[in-house]
Every structure is written in structure tokens, then in C-alpha cells.
Write a protein that binds this ligand. Structure first.
Ligand code: E4P
Length: 218
């Protein structure tokens, strides 16, 4: 399972990369705004700064909602770095743009997926990744992880190469449930990745090992 971090914060990306388990980064316009990155030039340079920090894919989202605009923006975004994956919303023109980029061998991440039908369309259009937002579904009392399971089953039935990228991950159980189901990738905050480390028996066990070492080595 690939681990992506869902942030535009350079310090967090550095920290996750230093852990040695980071496979990529996803961003969106809200995450960029949260870091105070505004204006096209600043946004483009921030994407470049992210690409310089990591080894894997970096998803950069288009703002246009029409086919021509998405194509224009996507083509500009991929000029930034080979690591850029063009992130496109699942709307009618988005499907056309996914197909366009797929025909050109340009990698895409189809975002704002909330149903299996949307994921099926994105795969047929040749998306590299689909991003179902599981946390946002949970927020409205709908089982987000169940959607991941449904999409994984459909893609396996037809051998679609599109990778299931579980997005809007909020906590370590989301990660573990998606891993059991067989999601290809998860993207979430650094806190959810670090929370995988936590176990009270690890902490108390280590404390005891160190105390016993001190006793015998004074
Ligand atoms: C996906 O790529 C999105 O950036 C993201 O996972 C959305 O997560 P949120 O629901 O926590 O905003």
C-alpha cells in the first residue's frame, strides 16, 4: 500500500519524507489556501518546492471546470516537474479531460469521488488514480470504507489499471481498513500515519527494557 500525505505544508511533508515511508503527496486548492499560497506564480513555485522534497507522485489540482481550461492547466502543471499528476474533478468535462490526458500518457488523479458509478466512469476514461473521499462520507453517516471495498471489487472484476487512492483519511483505523480491503494508496494527514505507531504495550515495554538496562549498567 502506498502512503501519500494530504497537505501543502512543507514542514509536514519533510517530516513524513524523513520517516522513509512516504510515496507521494496530494494537494487541493483548500490545502494550498490553508498555507497562504495564492496567485498562479506562487502556486506553481509551491508545487515545485513540494516536488523537490519527495520522490513520488505529487497531485496538483486544476481550477477550471471546462474541458479546454482543464487541458490548458494540466499541460502547464506537468511542465513543473515529472512528478506532477493532474488532479481533475469527476464532472462531465473532467471525464473528457481524463480521457484526453490518458491518450497522451499523462497521469491523472480523479478527485471528489463519492460513488462507485463515478469511479467506474473515471476508470473507463483512463484515470491513473481515483480518490474516493471516505472521511467526508463518514461525516454524513455513510460508510466511506464500504465505498472503497465496492470500487476495489469493480476494478478487480474488469482488471482496470486505475489505482484506488483512499482520500479524506482521518485516522489510523481508516488506513488499516483500507489496507485490509486492498486499496492501492491512502492519503491522509501526518497525524494519521504517526498514529499507526502508537501502542501502550510498546511504550511500557520499552520503558521497562531501558530501566532494566540502566539497573545492570550503572
Ligand atoms: C484528496 O486528495 C483530498 O485532498 C483530501 O483527501 C480531502 O480530505 P478532507 O476531507 O480531509 O478535506
Amino acid at each position: 500500500m502506498k502512503f501519500f500525505i494530504d497537505t501543502a505544508n512543507l514542514a509536514e511533508i519533510k517530516e513524513a519524507h524523513a520517516l522513509g515511508v512516504l510515496d507521494g503527496v496530494t494537494t487541493n486548492p483548500s490545502l494550498m489556501a490553508k498555507e497562504g499560497i495564492t496567485g498562479k506564480n506562487n502556486i506553481m513555485s509551491h508545487y515545485k518546492a513540494i516536488c523537490d522534497l519527495v520522490d513520488g507522485d505529487v497531485s496538483a489540482e486544476v481550477i477550471s471546470t471546462d474541458f479546454e481550461g482543464m487541458v490548458r492547466e494540466g499541460e502547464e502543471l506537468i511542465e513543473i516537474d515529472d512528478k506532477i499528476v493532474v488532479k481533475i474533478p469527476i464532472i462531465k468535462d473532467g471525464v473528457k479531460a481524463l480521457k484526453y490526458f490518458s491518450n497522451k500518457g499523462i497521469r491523472t488523479n480523479c478527485t471528489l469521488i463519492f460513488s462507485a458509478g463515478q469511479a467506474l466512469l473515471a476508470a473507463k476514461a483512463g484515470a491513473t488514480y481515483v480518490s474516493p473521499f471516505i472521511g467526508r462520507l463518514d461525516d454524513i453517516s455513510t460508510d466511506g470504507v464500504a465505498l472503497i471495498e465496492q470500487i476495489v471489487t469493480i476494478y478487480r472484476n474488469y482488471n482496470y489499471e486505475t489505482q484506488v487512492l483512499a482520500a479524506s483519511v482521518r485516522h489510523p483505523m481508516h488506513i488499516m481498513q483500507c489496507a485490509e480491503i486492498g486499496a492501492d494508496v491512502m492519503t491522509g494527514p501526518l497525524s494519521a500515519i504517526l498514529a499507526l505507531l502508537k501502542h501502550p504495550l510498546t511504550d511500557s515495554g520499552l520503558e521497562k527494557f531501558l530501566a532494566d538496562y540502566q539497573k545492570g549498567n550503572q
